[in-house]
Design a protein around this ligand. Structure first.
Ligand SMILES: CC(=O)SCCNC(=O)CCNC(=O)[C@H](O)C(C)(C)COP(=O)(O)OP(=O)(O)OC[C@H]1O[C@@H](n2cnc3c(N)ncnc32)[C@H](O)[C@@H]1OP(=O)(O)O
Ligand SMILES: CC(=O)C(=O)O
Length: 531
């Protein structure tokens, strides 16, 4: 049976720009639009021309994209003609393939927010759609508050949707603007609408205020809607929009949808999804959600030993889809919840082949569990685990020895008479029988220690010149009878490779130092440095 076409509409650059803390520059918008185009998204809503200089500039440019690049804005204001409405003029002048009007469809909103009559709102919808059609644009109408409006006055909500459709809108998009509608209500109301307007002209725009925007979008499709609006990583006003990064793989990989619908994203484009999700987070300086379905670091991470053992026999035992399908990867974590299978899997990943029955494997697992009881956490410290494994398997050279370190923190007045806090560290290391003493200054004790440790490592210096610390996290734990600090340090090298190390001690300087040392030694091992 031929599959029906389902269209994807991305509003990361418009509704996503309404996210608290998100602010796109013009360059950001161009990069994201290209990324969405490369992913194969049918419609990319770039923004709201006339609302701010960035969006106006964006829609003043020519561009070379395959997607239907869409401009967003309001229907004409009550009491004005379209030719006398600067907002509509900005939309009609925008270099856009399509125009998406937002229109009121809840009579209460018409009365309270627009302060006009129901008839004038319907005329505004008709006039705006007709003007954009006359300009040769594809037209979409986002029926704002459609579901709340339908519950309050179904006839009026439907008459707004019909006014848009009958005036020539390609898509009538039903919006759950306040995000409070539940999946069974969406399914029922979309089902009613599609008896009046053909489903292949109906879209869904769901907000996530009850954490059901994805479920609501899928419910709308089940009821007949054929366009889904959403954003990358679920950005959007308040709690966000339907997350296309979850919806796309569901449509591609789940039988109910895959067997009935065809979408524009190819299998190869699907494999770029995890990278696209991370790239957006990087651009916005947001930490990626490790637990994001499909694309998060933990989406295919297995900690439990019983699961790991089965996954190594056949991944299907504990994975709902293959991680590679979305560009993610399987991770089998080593921790106090793991068994020999977890250790074997991690050793295989780092290229160490050891027999599962080798007694050193049991020793390594025992050591991991004992150290985790003291506060270490190897599941998040891949490099420290690798060093521990290499040490137990007898393969880490003694590169250098730290004989002593001192750290001082001092508050004083600087030359401008301002009070400043300065940290100083001195580290004494022995490399090849030679003692090297280095001092470092930093804005805190760990920073000073890091500067001093990495200032002069003699013949190893060249291996660590490109090393930088990219993240530092401390937690205070109650392990056993006393409080200890656990420090996790993330490092990056000149090739962009990242790794994490861990240190644990009652003293935060000591735990930081352990993690720093592991990071430096890991870099030497990774670079193939010999003692
Ligand atoms: C559900 C959504 O997410 S819709 C998208 C919302 N996005 C945004 O608002 C972001 C961009 N917005 C803006 O920059 C500004 O609001 C602008 C430039 C659009 C308008 O700014 P201003 O002219 O100063 O108006 P302001 O924002 O204060 O109020 C909106 C006006 O539009 C009217 N309006 C709202 N929706 C519609 C509509 N669908 N059709 C016609 N008029 C509308 C309101 O009644 C209000 O009119 P009023 O000024 O007579 O009270
Ligand atoms: C149009 C839109 O963003 C909404 O109604 O939520």
């Amino acid at each position: 049976m031929a599959r029906e076409r389902l269209y994807l509409f991305d509003t990361t650059l418009r509704d996503g720009a309404q996210t608290n803390g998100v602010d796109f520059t013009l360059d950001d918008k161009l990069v994201v639009a290209k990324m969405l185009d490369d992913l194969g998204i049918d419609y990319v809503e770039g923004g709201y021309p006339g609302a701010n200089p960035t969006d106006t500039d964006l829609f003043a440019q020519d561009r070379d994209l395959n997607t239907t690049f869409t401009a967003f804005g309001m229907t004409r204001r009550p009491g004005r003609s379209v030719s006398n409405d600067p907002g509509v003029a900005a939309l009609l002048d925008a270099k856009a393939d399509a125009i998406c009007f937002v229109a009121k469809s809840w009579d209460y909103h018409v009365r309270v927010a627009l302060e006009t009559t129901p008839e004038e709102n319907l005329a505004s919808i008709r006039d705006s759609v007709t003007a954009a059609k006359t300009k040769g644009r594809e037209v979409l109408v986002d029926c704002e508050h459609f579901f709340d409006g339908y519950k309050a006055n179904p006839d009026y909500a439907l008459s707004c949707a019909k006014a848009a459709y009958e005036s020539g809108a390609r898509w009538v998009v039903l919006c759950d603007t306040n995000g409070g509608t539940l999946p069974h209500e969406i399914e029922e109301i979309v089902g009613a609408v599609t008896t009046v307007i053909p489903g292949d002209h109906v879209g869904i725009h769901a907000h996530n205020d009850t954490e059901q925007a994805v479920a609501n979008s899928l419910a709308a499709v089940r009821a007949g809607a054929r366009q889904i609006q959403g954003t990358l990583n679920g950005l959007g006003e308040r709690c966000g929009n339907a997350n296309l990064v979850s919806i796309i793989p569901t449509l591609k990989l789940k039988g109910e949808f895959n067997s009935r619908f065809e979408i524009s994203v190819s299998d190869d484009q699907l494999k770029a999804l995890a990278a696209a999700s991370r790239k957006l987070d990087d651009m916005l300086n947001r930490a990626p959600n490790r637990h994001a379905p499909y694309v998060g670091d933990s989406a295919f991470a297995t900690k439990a030993g019983i699961h790991a053992s089965a996954i190594l026999k056949d991944p299907v035992t504990y994975e709902h889809v293959a991680p590679e399908a979305v560009g993610n990867r399987r991770r089998v974590l080593v921790s106090d919840q793991g068994g020999r299978s977890n250790v074997m899997s991690e050793l295989e990943r780092i290229g160490m082949s050891v027999d599962k029955n080798d007694p050193r494997i049991a020793r390594l697992l025992e050591e991991v569990k004992e150290r985790e009881a003291l506060g270490y956490a190897y599941e998040g410290a891949d490099a420290s685990f690798e060093l521990l494994a290499r040490r137990i398997l007898g393969k880490v050279p003694d590169y250098f020895d730290v004989e002593q370190f001192d750290v001082n923190v001092e508050q004083r007045y600087n030359a401008l008479g301002k009070r400043v806090t300065v940290a100083m560290a001195v580290v004494k290391v022995k490399v090849d029988g030679q003692t090297l003493i280095s001092a470092g200054e930093g804005n805190g004790p760990v920073n000073a220690l890091d500067v001093a440790l990495r200032k002069d490592l003699g013949k190893y210096q060249k291996f660590i010149d490109g090393l930088k610390l990219t993240d530092y996290r401390v937690r205070i734990l109650n392990a056993g009878t006393e409080a200890v600090t656990r420090v996790l340090i993330e490092s990056e090298d000149e090739e962009g490779e990242r790794w994490t190390t861990v240190g644990v001690s009652p003293n935060v300087i000591e735990s930081s130092f352990q993690a720093l040392m592991d990071s430096v030694v890991f870099k030497l091992v990774k670079s193939g440095a010999t003692a």
